[in-house]
Ligand binder design. Structure first.
Ligand SMILES: [Zn+2]
Length: 201
C-alpha cells in the first residue's frame, strides 16, 4: 500500500496560524507529516509526502500527484491522509472550540474506513478528556464534506484536523513534546491499522 501524506497550506498562505503566531499551520503540519513519513518508512511501510515544497501547492496539483499514484498502482493500493490544524475563528483572537476531528468525502467510501482507523487511534493516543469531535448522523464518526483533496483523489482519503490553532490550551499542547508525539503517533498507528485491515505493507 502506498501511503500518501499531505500537509495543508504553505509558507505563503495567509492566516492559518495561532493568534500569537507561535503555531504556523503549514510548518507544524509539515513537521508532523515528515515525522509520520519517517516512522512509517523505518517500519517498512511505503510512505511518502505529496508536498515536500514549503510553498502552497494548489489543490488541483496535489490531487494530480495523488491520482498519478492511483493510476500507476490501482486506487485500492493507495491511501491519502491530509494533516491540518483546525480553527474556530479568523485567527485574530483566541476562541473556545477545541479537540480533534477527521473528515471524508460525502457518502460511504473507502475513506470512511481509513477515518475509522484514525478515530480509533485518536481515542487511544490523545490524552484522556480530549474532545474527539464526531458526526454520527450517517452512522460513522467522521464528518463529511466534499473538500477538493478528498473528493478528487481517487483513493481512500481522510483529512485530520488536529486540535484548534486558535485555542490557547490546544496550541500549548500541540507545541509540547507530548502533543507532538501524540499527534504523530495517532497518524502512524491509525495508518498502520488501516494497512493491516485493507492492504499489504
Ligand atoms: Zn488547514
Amino acid at each position: 500500500m502506498k501511503i500518501l501524506i499531505d500537509n495543508g497550506h504553505g509558507v505563503n498562505t495567509k492566516g492559518k496560524r495561532s493568534p500569537d503566531g507561535r503555531l504556523l499551520e503549514y510548518r507544524y503540519c509539515r513537521e508532523i507529516a515528515a515525522e509520520v513519513e519517517k516512522r512509517l518508512r523505518a517500519q517498512g511501510y511505503d510512505a511518502e509526502r505529496i508536498v515536500t515544497e514549503e510553498a502552497d501547492i494548489s489543490l488541483g496539483e496535489r490531487c494530480s500527484r495523488v491520482n498519478a499514484w492511483c493510476d500507476r498502482l490501482g486506487t485500492k493500493n493507495v491511501c491519502l491522509v491530509s494533516i491540518h490544524c483546525n480553527a474556530a475563528g479568523s485567527g485574530a483572537a483566541w476562541m473556545n472550540a477545541r479537540g480533534w476531528e477527521a473528515w471524508t468525502s460525502k457518502g460511504q467510501t473507502q475513506g470512511d474506513r481509513l477515518a475509522d482507523c484514525l478515530y480509533d487511534a485518536a481515542e487511544k493516543y490523545l490524552p484522556k478528556g480530549t474532545p474527539v469531535r464526531t458526526d454520527m448522523t450517517d452512522g460513522d464518526r467522521d464528518k463529511e464534506e466534499n473538500f477538493t483533496i478528498l473528493h478528487r483523489s481517487k483513493c481512500a482519503a481522510c483529512l485530520t484536523e488536529n486540535m484548534f490553532q486558535d485555542n490557547k490550551a490546544d496550541v500549548d499542547w500541540l507545541l509540547s513534546a507530548e502533543g507532538r508525539e501524540a499527534v504523530t503517533r495517532l497518524h502512524v498507528e491509525g495508518i498502520k491499522a488501516y494497512v493491516a485491515k485493507y492492504g499489504r505493507k
